[in-house]
Write a protein that binds this ligand. Sequence first.
Ligand code: ZN
Ligand code: ZN
Ligand code: FE
Length: 324
Amino acid sequence: MADKQVMELRWDPILREWVLVSNIRRFRPWQPTNYCPFCPGGPETGYGWRALILENKYPMLMENPPEPSNHWFYLTAKSVGKCYVVVETPEHNIDDLSDLPTDQIEYVLRMIINKAREESGKDYAYYFLWFRNKGREIGVSLTHPHSQIYVLPFIPSRVEREIESAREYFAKNGKCLFCDVINAEVRDGVRIIYENEHWVSFMPFYSHWPFEVHIYPRRHVQLIMELTDEEVRSLALALKVSLCGLTHLFRSKSMPYILVLHQAPLKGSYPFYHLHIEIYGILREEDKMKYAAGMEVGGGNFTYDAVPEENAQRLRDSVLRNCV
Ligand code: ZN
Ligand code: ZN
Ligand code: FE
């Protein structure tokens, strides 16, 4: 096959979702394994910073992407957007975001919010997805604490599904689906992991992953840019406590997880939506990983080998033991 550089969105007409296609990562230059591009003093990082947002050097989306291919049957689109890396601290040897002081987490959140505000003005920016992958099991090669931002020209599929549920629920019941989920979780109480004045962190009744945690603002709010200073400050604490409980759950192994921010799209009006953070801890036990396999990936439905109420109790114990 010719070494042609391709970067485009391909539409799956059957599942009705976009696939981000790019082979330009193949052209990535070789780097020594002991070199960290996120440590201070590198060509991209320099000195004198608390946290940094860098453009991803091998992105899936670009502000000026190549023209997509023209297919006689299938639909394609430009991979227009942005991919950023959030370097969360100058310190290389920190295991998790939750090991940073609360005011540093708050500082990182404010940088992300400023970036979202800046990107929301761009024509291509339909969605701002902040996510964090933790652990080798998730495929993280660079251990320096970092997360990522994808500014997308479309609404991601899972969020689209949430929007449709929330839209229907609102039309039928005249209230927010997410607010009702928060109420149900608070009323049940048994799956709550942490609460403060502004945020509620719980393991949902309908958890998919063994240690799944959702963090919701009590206030019905759509976008991170709309959070008050006080809400951002207490989100830093809610994140720190929730992630601390999770990463310290098992003595000999830090929990690998995926964290993602679900908020409203940047374009259009979604008053029935309610932003939240989802965290998926993927270990069932110290030595047992939950794999998304035949049933989960092939069929699309999760199997849960315990009950969330039990695991919530274990996670709460870990919070009490390690994080407060
Ligand atoms: Zn480093
Ligand atoms: Zn709500
Ligand atoms: Fe969600």
